[in-house]
Design a protein around this ligand. Structure first.
Ligand code: ADE
Length: 228
């Protein structure tokens, strides 16, 4: 899988991709992420990528030409399964979408800025519009980092413990159970005795019950359609 991210502030993505799980995926050759500065694709001397909105109003709009230029250049080099636009008015991201996207080949992610992109970009190039929640970020970069992390960690071989992504919160539609590590007693607070018993079947049952309880308490909406 290769993810190409198009942005006007490439520096915003240096940190997340240098240190996280994504670095490990790159090192293992399982996925690669490339960040492109949209300004490099501007055809004007001032490297302009935005302009005033037709019809007036505050805020600038990202122009279609530089975006068309880079998307067409990328598409001439390889096939892409999706061209995703990160925007607060997109479909809200969740684990199911992460699972689906982790099965794709190459993807382009376009980060919006200012008042957003010229509507014709969406009509011509975008195959999916995704939001990471009902709040407005300064741009799509952090959202692209969130998607990339959630997707790439699901690719087999990226995580050391193969089963670990499958037992995440949400993976079976339930929140994860509580976890503990040493010491077994901290300032009078004891780890549930069963977890120290070595009785794996009982431990698995306890964890499942705890998941159900936690989900009922914190996210009753996730329990709809479940009969336990
Ligand atoms: N750009 C600005 N806000 C966003 C959000 N909530 N999700 C995705 N992209 C965004």
């Amino acid at each position: 899988m290769r993810i190409d991210i198009i942005t006007v502030v490439p520096g915003l993505l240096d940190g997340p991709f240098a240190h996280s799980i994504l670095k490990r995926a790159e090192d293992k050759g399982l996925a690669s992420v490339r960040v492109h500065n949209l300004r490099d694709y501007s055809n004007n001397k001032k490297k302009q990528v935005d302009d005033y909105a037709f019809g007036g109003g505050a805020g600038m709009v990202m122009m279609i030409e530089p975006i068309a230029h880079i998307i067409e250049a990328l598409k001439s080099e390889r096939e892409y399964d999706e061209v995703i636009y990160l925007t607060p008015d997109g479909e809200t991201f969740n684990q199911n979408m992460a699972n689906e996207l982790s099965l794709k080949g190459n993807m382009i992610m376009l980060c919006g800025h200012y008042k957003g992109v010229d509507e014709r970009v969406r009509q011509r190039f975008i195959t999916k519009e995704i939001s990471i929640g009902d709040f407005v970020l300064s741009g799509g970069e952090l959202a692209a980092a969130v998607l990339t992390d959630a997707i790439i960690r699901l690719i087999p071989g990226v995580l050391n413990d193969e089963t670990s992504a499958l037992t995440d919160s949400f993976q079976d539609g339930l929140l994860a159970p509580p976890v503990y590590t040493r010491p077994a007693v901290y300032d009078g607070m004891e780890v549930p005795e069963l977890l120290l018993s070595g009785h794996q079947a009982k431990i698995d049952e306890w964890r499942f019950e705890q998941s159900v309880r936690r989900t009922k308490e914190r996210r009753p909406d996730l329990m709809e359609g479940k009969d336990f």
